[in-house]
Design a protein around this ligand. Structure first.
Ligand code: AMP
Ligand code: MG
Length: 356
């Protein structure tokens, strides 16, 4: 299949420019498009066959459900059997935006979209191009991240092309995304809203709106005990992995820098291509290895924004060993470390301590 590639200037486009993309969606095809979080791979959520194509294009396990994207609250009524009060409050505070909520599904939502579950995950994105594509197609878009399964999520159209060229109908290139990490997924089917995947909208932010919000134990215990099965099926898979072996080095800043310097030097001496994920504050401290800046410690959003692109850059550089500084797990840090640790397959060193 030849993948069409259309560049959209976000400042100068009209709905007419999206006519072909809209037609492809209606006919059951696949269109990649930017959202405020990462690039999504969209298909008509209510056509089971279209959803099936998403799994095939990405190589995604079929039990990993898709998020359905909408543009207005009435759309939610068509998908969710029941919308609890807390969900209305969360929607009021965070929609349109990077929050996904899980509801009991209406029969119209095919199991092919929900990975066989009786629940459906729904999000209302804020990105103008995503919203216009939903409106122009007149469909709800099932859209997971537009990467090959297991690879880092795409934050630029070129990442989508690298992974899915020839496997999907069209890529809409609307430039680099804004946030760079996927949405927060929160289950609102139970008594207390429960975070299944941490993201830009944090537990603290939601607590301010609805009081009690919990985090799926599987996420909290992930590093300690593999026994807990995550409630978001997608969270159990190895994800975001670069081709090289990534290790996260945690601990006090000076100790971390010393440890990464030592490991990088050891790797270089052994003839390996070594990559270092550093911050603006620390990049000048590493004499050996290919040093790249993920963002600034003073600005967590910049770290979130840079994470997936830096993992892909080290693939391009053919890094064999990659060492990353760790980050605190408060606020947005929880989502950053969740993705980084998954990318590392949980290879973590505490500087001055033991490998776990
Ligand atoms: P992606 O679309 O690639 O960002 O991944 C979607 C995430 O949402 C995965 O972790 C899924 O497991 C999760 N998810 C989607 N639908 C549901 C659902 N009905 N119940 C629980 N988790 C879901
Ligand atoms: Mg994904």
């Amino acid at each position: 299949m030849k993948t069409k590639y259309q560049v959209i200037d976000l400042n100068h486009y009209t709905e007419a420019d999206l006519a072909e993309a809209g037609r492809i969606i209606c006919e059951g095809g696949l269109v990649a498009f930017p959202t405020e979080t990462v690039y999504g791979l969209g298909a008509d959520a209510l056509q089971e066959e279209a959803a099936r194509k998403i799994y095939a294009a990405k190589g995604r396990p079929s039990d990993n459900p898709l998020i359905v994207h909408i543009t207005k609250m009435e759309d939610l009524e068509a998908l969710a059997e029941e919308v609890p009060e807390c969900a209305r409050k969360l929607a009021g505070a965070f929609w349109p935006g990077p929050l996904t909520m899980v509801f009991p599904k209406k029969p119209a939502v095919p199991y092919g979209t929900t990975g066989g579950l009786d629940t459906v995950a729904v999000r209302m994105p804020s990105h103008p191009l995503a919203r216009d594509l939903i409106r122009v197609s007149g469909r709800f878009l099932a859209a997971p991240s537009a990467n090959a399964s297991g690879r880092p999520s795409p934050t630029r159209a070129s990442h989508v092309k690298d992974d899915l060229d020839g496997r999907i109908d069209m890529i809409l290139d609307g430039g680099e995304v804004n946030i760079g990490l996927e949405s927060t997924v929160v289950d609102v089917t139970g008594e207390v809203p429960t975070i299944l995947r941490p993201g830009y909208v944090t537990q603290e932010m939601m607590q301010r709106v609805v009081g009690r919000v919990e985090i799926d134990r599987a996420i909290l215990e992930e590093n300690v005990d593999r026994h807990f099965v995550p409630k978001a099926p997608g969270m159990k898979y190895r994800h975001y992995a670069p081709k090289g072996s990534l290790t996260v080095v945690e601990g006090e800043e000076e100790a971390v820098i010393r440890e990464i310097c030592r490991l990088a030097e050891e790797g270089v001496k052994a003839g390996k291509r070594v990559g270092i994920i550093a911050t603006e504050e620390t990049a000048g401290r590493y004499p050996a290895g290919m040093v790249r800046v993920i963002g600034s410690r003073a600005d967590e959003e910049s770290v979130a924004h840079g994470l997936f692109a830096i993992l892909r850059e080290f693939d391009d550089l053919e890094a064999q060993l990659i060492y990353s500084e760790g980050f605190g797990e408060q606020g947005l840090g929880r989502a950053i470390m969740n993705r980084l640790l998954k990318a590392a397959g949980h290879q973590v060193i505490t500087a001055g301590g033991e490998k776990v």
